[in-house]
Write a protein of this length. Sequence first.
Length: 310
Amino acid sequence: MVTLSLVVPCFNEQESIPLFYKEAYEILKNLEQKSIYSEIIFVDDGSKDNTAKIIEEISQNDDRVHYIVFSRNFGKEAALLAGLQKATGLYVVTLDADLQDPPALIPQMLEPVMSGAFDCAGTRRVTRKGEPPIRSFFARMFYRIMGTLTDIEVVDGARDFRLMNRFYVNAILSLPERSRFSKGIFPWVGFRTKWFEYENIQRAAGETKWSFWKLFLYSLDGIIAFSTKPLAIASVLGVLLFLLSLGFIVFIVIRKSIWGDPVAGWASTACLILFCAGVQLFTTGILGAYLSKTYTEVKQRPYYVIRLEK
């Protein structure tokens, strides 16, 4: 009977997979001496390199290794979901293959969850050493914005590296939404979480697949998925601009009545028109973002398509 399942999403990680497996193998081997039997589920998210081939070769030599290969790239969220759906363990770990999530922490994370004191063991980075300063700045701003706009607690520096019991996993799988944002889903389902802190670790090999633009879009998805406050902000902006325009009208009427000054200032008028048009487009964009998410949910397309599986 499988006690512990490791879910490892992969995308173009041919250099990292052998290094990850070597380190994970030693840890799982030591856990077996405590009668904790494990499985590793690699989810290849439509890689263009030899990631799938390397995983297949490892699986042929180790019965504990299973894999899912997508027909194309569906994104990390889809890969995490596929791995959680396939996992059979009483406890499930989600972590990346690049060793930025240290597998050596797994035994420590397992203790409080197996004891029943906690339902989940989460990890968070206390430093961002090695990251570009501008990326670190916007990451911190994202967590502050999420804390302000949503009713869930998104811990600064929280990783997708988590160890969960079966109740926690089943709660996550019960959420049917297509636009998934794990950093919001994890705290939304609740339960008791114990946090483990560690300093930032550089990738063991390969390059990051998350560009600044991808991270920015991902953060917008998270805000839209877990908050309706941007819609309220758009409404407030509309009311403020309406009141501001009334104030200008009253000012112009009084000025004309008392001093007889002609209404002048084409430049300022043009600026006001452009400003109002910009705010209108901004608020329309917010409405469009929520509408697009509704459109995606209504279509009910599958989360992913599998090409190979073991």
